[in-house]
Design a protein around this ligand. Structure first.
Ligand SMILES: [Zn+2]
Length: 345
């Protein structure tokens, strides 16, 4: 290769993903992240991940992403609508918008990428020389997070879940930033703000953003692999208020905010998993308050339907914030997630 920018004997850590977007240039730009993808049908090809950027003067950098999972639509739709307005928006600072970060998964309408089955939200900090999805994670971790002051990543339940519209929040490690962070949380003003417990999972986009010290928010705004009307409205209004409070859209007048109720997922007791294969009959609805020991549902064995179903009970108390879409379950499938009132800590 000619003109290589570094010593070929020293492995580069710089991302192989390139872009025509100049992150330092003033004004509105659209373009793509070019993820190199050499395959049977396209030897020198790449996957073009759409990205847009608006920069005016000095101010914070806000990064907005959707489509981290490809079957979650409120975020991507809200961001595509935002792109329509972006050229005429008056801002102070820099706004970077990627409506569908795992673009192959988004085009496929699936949680994971059809190319490498990669779940982008379980691949951080990514790998420069890894699979397509790992390369995208590495680019975000090395090129986008270091530029961002505030990051919002918009999710939903996807095909396998329906999720109550909920902002997910985690206070920054640095206590001196808590007040600034809480301003963003109250500005977004989702009906619920939830402290998630992923049972030790630290390969997420959010965990990586927090390692960079950015102010990070995400959220779940629907499910069933659809675009939820109410969830979309919450995302659009919340984004508008967050951009305003962050100081980016200083002369905007966003709609008034509502109160948010803070809840938390607290350990494995708040998860309901399937213990075996079967067909699950739920005895709860999304948003219902349940108590530890309450009947959650019955699990039928389709091969021996004359046998009494196995009863499943909730291990903890709280509100059902997330419920599985598919009645068919395998051992280890998450059927429901609970959360109970808690301080944001
Ligand atoms: Zn997701």
């Amino acid at each position: 290769m000619q003109g290589h920018p570094h010593d070929p004997l020293i492995p580069s850590r710089k991302s192989l993903i390139s872009t025509g977007i100049d992150y330092e240039r003033e004004g509105f730009q659209t373009g793509v992240l070019r993820v190199p993808f050499s395959h049977d049908r396209s030897a020198y090809g790449h996957i073009p991940v759409p990205v847009a950027m608006l920069k005016h003067g000095e101010g914070p950098t806000v990064l907005l992403t959707g489509g981290n999972h490809g079957d979650e639509y409120e975020g991507p739709v809200a961001l595509m609508k935002l792109l329509q307005r972006m050229p005429s928006m008056r801002i102070r600072g820099r706004l970077i918008v990627i409506p569908a970060l795992n673009f192959p998964a988004f085009l496929n309408g699936s949680r994971t990428s059809p190319i490498d089955r990669g779940n982008l939200n379980r691949m951080f900090p990514g790998d420069r020389n890894g699979s397509i999805t790992a390369m995208i994670a590495h680019y975000v971790d090395t090129e986008l997070f270091p530029r961002a002051d505030v990051v919002l990543d918009l999710h939903a339940g996807g095909a396998s879940f329906n999720h109550m519209p909920t902002l997910l929040a985690a206070l920054p490690r640095d206590p001196s930033r808590h007040a600034e962070y809480m301003k963003l949380v109250h500005a977004f003003a989702a009906p619920h703000t939830m402290v998630m417990d992923l049972l030790g999972e630290d390969r997420t986009y959010g965990a990586a953003a927090e390692r960079h010290g950015t102010l990070f928010l995400c959220g779940e705004f629907g499910g069933y692999g659809s675009c939820n009307v109410d969830g979309l409205a919450i995302v659009e209004e919340g984004l508008r208020r967050v951009l305003h409070v962050a100081g980016l859209t200083h002369d905007d007048t966003p709609p008034p905010r509502h109160d948010t109720r803070v809840i938390a997922v607290n350990g494995a007791q708040h998860y309901l998993f399937a213990p075996r294969h079967g067909v699950f009959e739920p005895c709860f609805t999304l948003g219902q308050e349940v108590a530890a020991g309450h009947l959650a549902g019955r699990l039928f064995d389709p091969y021996t339907p004359w046998e009494a179903p196995r009863e499943l009970h909730f291990g903890g108390s709280g509100m059902v914030v997330c419920a599985r879409t598919f009645a068919g379950v395998e051992p280890g499938d998450c059927i429901a997630l609970l959360a109970s009132p808690a301080p944001l800590a």
